[in-house]
Each structure stands twice: as structure tokens, then as C-alpha cells.
Write a protein of this length. Structure first.
Ligand SMILES: [Zn+2]
Length: 463
DNA sequence: TTTGCCGGGAC
DNA sequence: GTCCCGGCAAA
């Protein structure tokens, strides 16, 4: 058991942050009295690490996506006609299925057809060797990043094809109809513009097929603080061969997974359910488009990324890998939780600092990611329901709670508003001065960064 | 009072 | 190095 868990290190998962799942990489497992193990995860593209219970993470051998309740705004991956496309969950319908927004339209997707991380194997038949070479676990970012480009390309291309081949946007009127609200708009934009970066998530395949593994469903894993005596000794992230193997196995599994055709080969139903177009329904033939996709991948942090668009509501889509980017996903879903309030699910932390907005955490991660992948002249959306640019939330800053955070550059922290990323001298907000001690509280000293514990200048939250 | 952390000091 | 802690300035 223990060994199996250890093998997770380096594998990609989707970790919740303020209700949204983001791609992350397991960086360690620590024993925990209360929960057996806590998994330390680093949000891709950030240096933010956090501890989660197994039930809080979505991923192979962890929690299955379908056992989790995704929140509106969660970016997800779907496979339509063997093409992976990105959508944003808008809501859930009675049957439990999700209404996913894709390119300005909405489709109904069964829970088991949703994926939180990009499926790297299913969509295109990849050779075994390819699979073997993929090494999400490896922290040798550069190496693993190479494999990504194609997939990234695909996602982006899919979006484009989706638009050019399917959506008839020449009719601006109709287009507008689709964009019922801000979100919709943003989503549509997501495929139209090319301002943000999108990267694929290498491993991960929280495949739809639930197959064999027993979901560690933990009915009671609500607010509880994953607090434990995590002794913050760093688990070495050495990408050992052993680990690699573990991950490879996972990938192979993926390759054989029925997910290839999104559960049973049936594609998500694509129906137009937009308001104002009652009765209008049709299936959308999603045809692969190989038409020129002009933009060439760009290398960011050692990873080739395709730029496509702004991420809706601060949920960038990304890849994993240490230097990867963050992809969006939502819902902290303490499995078994009836409804999720954007906040309650905050990962890991106890009740130490109730005053700190959960938002900030997500925002922090978001920003870090944005900062990481957006060029200076791009804007990153901040977290927050509809208005990305407004929402001058005054919440205090709070980098990551419940885990040891690795010195996130100050400019990444706390800002409730969309900010010009890339500019130097980003606005700081009140509360930024807080350090581990204040954030986690003396009673959670074990969560402080080493420096704080040693009464040295905080490393996790620098000013 | 509480925080943050420098400067020492003990492994 | 890692880890603790006295003590002090600032909040
Ligand atoms: Zn600290």
C-alpha cells in the first residue's frame, strides 16, 4: 500500500483550489494519523504545494472524476468524435450530467465522459513507445515537455476546428445569442483569441472509465483539516525509475482504457440548449481540422505551449509538469459532499485562519500560473464568478494553506483583480505581509515553512 | 501583545 | 547544513 502511494509521486492529478480543479503533480506522500496519507501536490506551473487527502484529488487511482462534483466554471476535457475538446461546466442537470459550454454553445455531457486533465493517450492512437516515453513524473521538465507540443496543438486545433468547421460565427447575431452571459462569452473567446496559453496535461487521465480501482470514497471528508503531523521534511522529488514505471503503467492503462471513445464510443450529446433558441437542437459533427494553425507553439518555462486564449474565470488550462501551467478545473469535492460552496472545500486547511478568503488561494495559484504563461501584454483573469476584471475583492491574501508553500514570488500573491501580468511592481494588497505564522497559526506550526519555524525570514511568503 | 526575523548557538 | 530560541523592532 505504502509503496503504491509512493509510486504516485510525479504523477499528474487534478487538485482542487477554490472549487476549481487544477492540474497538479504529486510531489510526495506523507503519513497522516487521521487520514492515513496526505498527498502533497504541486500545482503545475506554480511552486505552490499543498496537502490533500486522496479523496480530494482526482486522478488515476485516486478519486474518479465522476465521483466528484464539478462546479460551474470548471474547465474540462471532453472527447467528441475522438477529438478532445475543452469546455467549461456551466451547471449540473438533474440526471447528474453536466451542461458544458463549448465554443459558445452548451452540450450535455454525462459525468463519466468528463475529464479533468487532458487525455494524452486516448484521442490519437499513440504507439506504445510513445507512451513509454512520456514521463509526466519526471521533473526533468524539458524532457517531458517535448512530448506535449503535439497534444497541445491538438487541443488548440480542436478548438479552432470546432469553431471553423462547426460554428457558423459569420452570423454575429446568432453568435451573440450563444453568449448568454459573461462566461459564455469568455468561453467563446477562449477559442477565438489566442492570448493565453494552453498546454496539455501529459499524464493524467482521469479517464472516464471508472473501471477497476476502488475509489477511496471517503464519505466524511468535509472541512476537516487535513492537518496532521506532516513533518515537512521534503520528500525528494527525484524521478526515480521506479516512479517512472509507476507512471508508465498508468499511462499504459490509459491507453487501454475504453475512454478512448469516451465510454463506449458514444460521444457526448451536443445539443443546443441556449436560451432563446428553444427547441433548437442538433448534433454537431465535429470534424477534425487540419487546416493551418498559424501560431507556433511557444516555449514557456521549458514547455511548449500553444497560445489560444484567455482563460475564463481564471481557470487556465494547462499541463502538468513542474514548469507546466495550470489548467482549470473546479470543485473541491470532498466526495460525498452534498453541495459545494465555493469555499468550504478549501483544501486542507483547518480552521486556523477563517478570516482569509479562500479566494485568495485560488487566485494566488491562478495568478502564478497566469504570470507564468502570459506574456507581458496579456491580462489574466482573476478568480471569481462572472466578472474577471471587476471583482475588487478585498480578501486578504493567502497563498496556499494546508501545505508548505514554496516561496511564491510576491507579485503572484493576493490581488483580487485582474492585473497586468508581467509588469513589474505589481500591486500589493493589505495582508501581504502575513507569513506562515500568521497564516497557519501557531497551532499549525508544522505547516510553516522551515524558515518560519526557525524564526528566520519567511520563505514561503516573501514580500 | 503578537509578528517577523536577526543573530547566536547547539548539533 | 539543520534546527532552536533569545531578544528586539514593528505592527
Ligand atoms: Zn514562512
Amino acid at each position: 500500500m505504502r509503496r503504491e502511494l509512493t509510486d504516485f509521486v510525479g504523477c499528474a492529478v487534478a487538485a482542487p483550489s477554490d472549487g476549481i480543479f487544477h492540474p497538479a503533480t504529486i510531489t510526495g506522500i506523507v503519513p497522516d494519523e487521521a487520514d492515513g496519507e496526505l498527498i502533497r501536490v504541486r500545482f503545475d506551473g506554480t511552486s505552490v504545494e499543498q496537502y490533500f487527502k486522496k479523496t480530494q484529488l482526482v486522478g488515476k487511482n485516486l478519486t474518479d472524476v465522476k465521483d466528484v462534483r464539478l462546479q460551474p466554471d470548471q474547465n474540462v476535457f471532453l472527447t467528441v468524435d475522438e477529438k478532445e475538446i475543452i469546455g467549461i461546466i456551466r451547471n449540473t442537470i438533474d440526471t447528474g450530467a453536466y451542461v458544458v459550454a463549448i465554443e459558445g454553445r452548451q452540450i450535455t455531457v454525462e459525468r463519466d465522459q468528463i475529464r479533468l486533465l487532458k487525455d494524452t493517450m486516448g484521442i490519437r492512437n499513440r504507439t506504445q513507445s510513445d507512451a513509454a516515453r512520456r514521463r509526466p513524473s519526471s521533473f526533468a521538465s524539458t524532457a517531458s515537455s517535448e512530448h506535449r507540443s503535439k497534444d497541445e496543438f491538438d487541443v488548440a486545433r480542436t478548438l479552432v476546428s470546432l469553431r471553423t468547421d462547426i460554428i457558423d460565427f459569420e452570423d454575429m447575431e446568432r453568435e451573440r445569442n450563444y453568449e448568454v452571459n459573461e462566461r459564455e462569452k469568455k468561453l467563446a473567446q477562449l477559442s477565438r483569441d489566442r492570448n493565453s496559453v494552453i498546454c496539455e496535461n501529459p499524464s493524467s487521465s482521469l479517464s472516464a472509465s471508472s473501471s477497476s480501482y476502488e475509489a477511496p470514497a471517503n464519505p466524511h471528508m468535509d472541512d476537516s483539516d487535513i492537518d496532521s503531523d506532516i513533518d515537512v521534511e521534503r520528500i525528494d522529488d527525484d524521478p526515480l525509475a521506479e516512479i517512472d514505471n509507476a507512471c508508465d503503467d498508468m499511462e499504459i492503462d490509459q491507453a487501454h482504457s475504453p475512454k478512448q471513445h469516451v465510454s463506449g464510443g458514444r460521444s457526448p450529446t451536443v445539443t443546443d440548449s441556449m436560451s432563446g433558441i428553444s427547441g433548437f437542437s442538433r448534433s454537431v459533427p465535429i470534424v477534425p481540422s487540419h487546416s493551418g494553425w498559424g501560431t507556433s507553439p511557444q516555449i514557456i518555462g521549458g514547455i511548449k505551449c500553444l497560445r489560444i486564449t484567455g482563460t475564463p474565470s481564471g481557470t487556465p488550462i494547462s499541463s502538468n509538469s513542474p514548469k507546466g501551467n495550470l489548467s482549470a478545473h473546479s470543485v473541491p469535492i470532498p466526495v460525498g459532499t452534498p453541495v459545494f460552496t465555493a469555499s468550504g472545500l478549501l483544501i486542507g486547511s483547518p480552521n486556523t485562519v477563517p478570516s482569509i478568503s479562500i479566494d485568495s488561494q485560488a487566485r494566488f495559484i491562478q495568478q502564478q500560473v497566469n504570470q507564468y504563461h502570459l506574456s507581458p501584454n496579456q491580462f489574466a483573469f482573476s478568480t471569481g464568478p462572472a466578472s474577471p476584471t471587476s471583482s475588487a475583492q478585498t480578501s486578504m491574501s493567502l497563498p496556499s494553506r494546508g501545505a508548505e508553500t514554496i516561496a511564491p514570488p510576491p507579485q503572484f500573491r493576493s490581488t483580487g483583480v485582474a492585473q497586468r501580468i508581467g509588469d513589474r511592481g505589481v500591486t500589493k494588497r493589505p495582508g501581504d505581509g502575513k507569513k506562515c505564522r500568521k497564516i497557519y497559526g501557531v497551532e499549525n506550526r508544522h505547516k510553516w515553512c522551515s524558515q518560519c519555524r526557525w524564526k528566520k525570514a519567511c520563505q514561503a511568503f516573501t514580500d
